[in-house]
Design a protein around this ligand. Structure first.
Ligand code: ZN
Length: 165
């Protein structure tokens, strides 16, 4: 297992729709081990495979309820409801937080590392982590969840920063 550098805003892998996992083999088990280690090192509450440069539909999360790290492979978002605004950040956009409005509740179904069907659902923090990590597999960053005006300003700042302005 190893800790990987986390890809940041501007890296095209973060804008790509990730590929389904065909088979949960040693390669996937190894990837998940690396992702969990990288998530804890960051530290973060969730990490999606594209964030370490692997465009596959896998994410891990630990929302600090004491149940440890969980893995979802080929997740499908099956339900969202309500609305909740919360100051949200992303390991791929380090040091930046924005108030982002999302559904408060979400339910996600996928496979665990043994290939068993698993389902996670929750509101507020867990609901948000599930949506945020799922977005990564769709090639979407939290910036795209900002209101248009705020998003333009955020993108301008990030580009200036990247250019060292
Ligand atoms: Zn993120």
């Amino acid at each position: 297992m190893a800790i990987f550098p986390i890809r940041t805003f501007g890296d095209p892998v973060l804008r790509s729709v990730a590929a389904e996992v065909d088979e949960i083999d040693d390669g996937i088990r190894h990837l998940v081990g690396d992702m969990i280690e990288t998530m804890y090192d960051a530290p973060g509450v969730g990490l999606a495979a594209p964030q370490i440069g692997i465009s596959k539909r896998v994410f891990v999360f630990d929302w600090a309820d004491g149940s440890g790290a969980h893995t979802l492979i080929n997740p499908v978002m099956i339900e969202t409801s309500g609305e909740w605004e919360f100051e949200e950040g992303c390991l791929s956009v380090p040091g930046r937080y924005w108030p982002i409005r999302r559904p408060a509740f979400s339910r996600v179904r996928g496979l665990d590392l043994d290939g068993n069907a698993v389902e996670y659902s929750g509101d507020e923090l867990l609901g948000r982590v599930l949506q945020h990590e799922f977005d990564h597999l769709e090639g979407m960053l939290l910036i795209e969840r900002l209101e248009r005006r705020v998003r333009k300003e955020a993108l301008r700042e990030l580009r200036d920063e990247a250019l060292g302005l």
